[in-house]
Design a protein around this ligand. Structure first.
Ligand SMILES: [Zn+2]
Length: 384
């Protein structure tokens, strides 16, 4: 499995200037190539390289590898864009949004990520420095900070390209690590994970009591930011826009930290008890959330996907069995007798079975159903 390690660079002012010039040159070149690709309708890496390779090197002062990475970056960006258009993620054919996206070439920010391979970037882990190619020549001894865990991970598993990027006034390297697969043992039962808004995640075995991971702090942060956004959006000044952007990022970071913590707790507990983890199939989550509050869909879908992703990769690293289950009716079905009825939900947080009288917190009842489906799904797929 692949995962990324992000380290913060601590360049001297001279080093920072060289990094900035390099990243700017690479992204200016990428924007230029993207414009050319757009007008000439040439999008494949191989074809683009034939057209622009020499010019990218000469006009932007890029070395051979850097020029190739720039061209590949443009080809990849268009491949992603075209896939999104094909899958209808950028509006229906004929919609204003889609037309606008199609009419314009891709533009790269001056600080956008640029890949560096082992020929352009080397790591001195003991000294916590990197040596990196810049438009001003090879630059040695650029310091970075990393935790002990990150250093161990980099030393053992770093492989291939790392991305250099500039964000919020800071320099980062994002390294890819390739970890060997951990064998997954046969689970001793399953923990079901119900994802929600009031409770970000609720876990329970098919007959257990359940643990709720509250979304209170996150929802409070979101609410505060929403209020601030409302006030700032009426002002169209540059500083208001900048503040908005910073706020959005702070909110995303906060949500990501919380998702990491919750995912870690869930996976650690599953590993300790020898259980597998059952997660709702993500498409189902999107459909279900859409039915509730349309205006919240984007934010929560994104956050659910992230939490699901964190749990999945932490489970894979720990050798914990993971199954995705169909979430249909998990909130209306009784986890004690199986009776399905809308009336089983007298309130948002309450579940009370109209048939057998079983009563529980609604999210715990849903998590129990998901756990039971995990058991069935594992048994079916491992019967042979
Ligand atoms: Zn019942």
């Amino acid at each position: 499995m692949k995962l990324v390690v992000q380290v913060k660079l601590l360049p001297t002012p001279e080093q920072a200037a060289a990094l900035e010039a390099t990243l700017r040159a690479a992204n200016d070149a990428a924007t230029w190539v993207a414009a050319l690709a757009h007008t000439q309708r040439v999008f494949r890496n191989y074809d683009l390289r034939k057209h622009v390779y020499g010019q990218v090197k000469d006009r932007y002062g890029l070395a051979a590898q850097a020029a190739q990475h720039v061209i590949k970056k443009v080809a990849d960006a268009y491949a992603t864009l075209h896939a999104n258009l094909r899958n209808g993620h950028l509006g229906r054919p004929g919609s204003a949004w889609r037309e606008r996206v199609q009419a314009r070439p891709i533009v790269f920010r001056p600080g956008a990520a640029q890949p560096f391979d082992d020929r352009c970037l080397s790591w001195q882990l003991n000294a916590r420095t990197v040596s990196i190619w810049t438009t001003g020549g090879r630059m040695k001894g650029v310091a970075f900070t990393a935790s002990a865990d990150q250093l161990t991970m980099l030393a053992a598993h770093r492989k291939g390209e790392s991305d250099l990027l500039y964000r919020d006034g800071m320099w980062f390297l994002v390294a890819t690590c390739d970890l060997p697969d951990v064998p997954v043992g046969a689970p001793d039962g399953f923990t079901g994970v119900d994802l929600g808004i009031a409770n970000i995640a609720t876990t329970a075995t098919s007959t257990g009591d359940g643990v709720r991971h509250s979304g209170k702090t996150l929802n409070a942060v979101r609410h505060r930011h929403r209020e601030l956004r409302r006030r700032l959006q009426t002002k169209q000044t540059k500083s208001a826009k900048r503040l908005l952007k910073r706020r959005r990022r702070a909110e995303a970071r906060f949500a990501a930290d919380l998702n990491h913590t919750i995912a870690k707790r869930i996976v650690t507990e599953a590993a300790r008890t020898g259980r597998g983890i059952a997660l709702e199939n993500l498409q189902g989550i999107r459909d279900r959330v859409r039915l509730r509050k349309p205006q919240r869909v984007t934010l929560h879908t994104w956050s659910f996907h992230q939490l699901g992703h964190f749990i999945a990769y932490k489970a894979a690293r720990a050798g914990v069995a993971l199954v995705w289950v169909d979430p249909a009716y998990t909130s209306q079905a009784c986890s004690a007798c199986g009776h399905v009825d809308k009336k089983n939900r007298p309130g948002q947080a309450r579940f009370a079975c109209t048939s057998c009288g079983f009563a529980e917190h609604a999210d715990v009842n849903a998590a129990r159903n998901i756990a039971a489906r995990g058991v069935t799904s594992w048994a079916v797929s491992h019967a042979a």
